[in-house]
Design a protein around this ligand. Structure first.
Ligand code: GDP
Ligand code: IMO
Ligand code: MG
Length: 425
């Protein structure tokens, strides 16, 4: 099974970092294929917690090569800071390379992200303000600067001068802001950041294919998630890339035949951060319990997430969109104290039952969830290491979700720590 994809099946923060780290010892390479430092992937080892944003979650394993793929948008300052932090904690990061074809996030991207959100007012998307949308927009408009441009100061400066002219006009005329200085940006990116990043800039596509051709195991780590996907998510409340498993092909430079195993990371309930529809959202004590027990505050932004019951309609759609072969069900332990656990199995709209996700967003906004109610287990499952050690009701809940999705649950998370994971035989 050389090609494994790790993909979020909900609205992010499902536990992709945890599973990627858990499987990394069996992987020769972990490749991040999209997104940027809007991601926050947590790895907990013993009493130590690591939160990575751009760095792939295989970084704690020196025998695993970590690759930031061409589909990622890279803020080199954030990347270097992240590497410094890891280095300061004794982690050897010499096993990390970044694709020369990845696009750069520049100061005007962050500035525009922040200002655009402010202009949208109450219609804002609730972005992470990392400059992700503006950087991908420039990539699509073919005015982006790439990581490889850091190696060619003349080209970098030429491209920057052209694009900054337009950006400064926009900053001044639309947003009433002061212009940014090309000298300052070039000074920072070329003189300060480029020399440090240069040794890590690589032909990532070549490296990935060398590994695959040698029969080595390569994992493709997604950021964000299926319902934040630019094409398939709850547009416009989405991110600006394609987290779905197919995104691994474009974002890492491999054909679909290399994707053998596709693991959907699925939280035992739902959360979302930022705006957008959320049919099973809770505004009561049960919702607060999920937030409190699940510690549902953004890894990077510190924002309180929204919470709700598990939505099997979404899971079934995610199974289709990603060709999931396995599910990693995370955070089962968060549900421990509940008397009753609800699962949305269908929607109802205008007296009609819907078993699949409506394509029309206006319909999604007004659907009513149809719930199955399952008995809670009201026991601590955080110490379980095998399925048999889970309370019967917890096992039934896992089985119910697997049946709803039509895909086997292969791992169950019962706590944040790396080893708090039940492997299902
Ligand atoms: P990612 O973005 O998908 O990697 O997920 P995040 O790291 O942003 O959010 C997941 C959070 O849940 C982190 O704080 C993890 O440490 C934590 N976590 C992961 N799996 C489990 C689990 O099975 N149980 C509990 N209680 N916490 C978990
Ligand atoms: P990980 O990889 C959860 C959300 C933002 C916002 C929308 C667009 O940790 O699961 P963006 O900054 O991407 O333009 O914001 O997407 N968002 C995430 N939500 N987890 C993430 O990443 C997210 N990355 C972006 O909150 O609603
Ligand atoms: Mg996260």
């Amino acid at each position: 099974m050389p090609g494994t994809v790790v993909v979020g099946t909900q609205w992010g923060d499902e536990g992709k970092g945890k599973l990627t780290d858990l499987l990394a010892p069996d992987m020769d390479m972990v490749v991040r294929y999209q997104g940027g430092h809007n991601a926050g992937h947590t790895i907990v080892v013993g009493d130590q917690s690591f939160a990575v944003r751009l760095v792939p979650s295989g970084i704690l394993h020196p025998g695993t090569m970590n690759v930031i793929g061409n589909g990622v948008v890279v803020d080199p300052r954030v990347l270097l800071e992240e590497l410094d932090t890891l280095g300061g904690r004794g982690i050897d990061t010499s096993n990390l390379v970044v694709s020369g074809n990845a696009h750069l996030i520049l100061p005007y991207h962050q500035e525009v992200d922040r200002l655009a959100e402010r202009y949208l007012g109450r219609h804002k998307l609730g972005t992470t303000k990392s400059g992700i949308g503006p950087a991908y927009a420039d990539k699509a408009a073919r005015v982006g600067l790439r990581v490889q441009d850091l190696l060619d100061p003349k080209i970098f400066r030429q491209k920057l001068d052209v694009v900054l002219k337009e950006k400064n006009a926009m900053l001044a005329k639309v947003y009433n802001q002061l212009p940014l200085s090309a000298d300052d940006i070039a000074g920072c990116y070329l003189d300060e950041l480029a020399p440090r990043l240069a040794p890590r800039i690589a032909d990532s596509v070549h490296l990935v294919h060398e590994a695959l051709e040698a029969g080595r195991n390569v994992m493709f780590e997604g950021a964000q998630a299926t319902f934040l996907d630019l094409d398939h998510g709850t547009y416009p409340f989405v991110t600006s890339s394609n987290p779905v498993a197919g995104g691994a092909c474009a974002g890492a430079g491999v054909g679909p035949r290399h994707l053998d195993r596709i693991i959907g990371i699925t939280k035992a309930y739902l959360t979302r951060v930022g705006s957008g529809p959320f049919p099973t959202e809770l505004f009561d004590d049960a919702g607060d319990l999920l937030i409190e027990r699940g510690r549902e505050w953004g890894t990077n932004t510190g924002r309180r997430r929204r919470s709700g019951w598990f939505d099997a309609v979404m899971l079934r759609h995610a199974v289709r969109l990603n060709s999931l072969t396995d599910i990693f069900l995370t955070k089962l332990d968060v549900l421990d104290p509940l008397e009753v656990v609800k699962v949305c199995v269908a929607y109802e709209v205008d007296g009609e039952r819907l078993d699949h996700l409506p394509y029309h967003q206006s319909v999604l906004h007004k659907v009513e969830p149809v719930y199955a109610e399952l008995p809670g287990w009201q026991a601590d499952c955080s110490g379980a290491t095998t399925l048999d050690e889970l309370p019967t009701e917890a096992r039934d809940y896992v089985r119910f979700l697997a049946e709803q999705g039509g895909v086997p649950v292969r791992y169950v998370g019962v706590g944040p720590e790396r080893l708090q994971t039940v492997r299902v035989a």
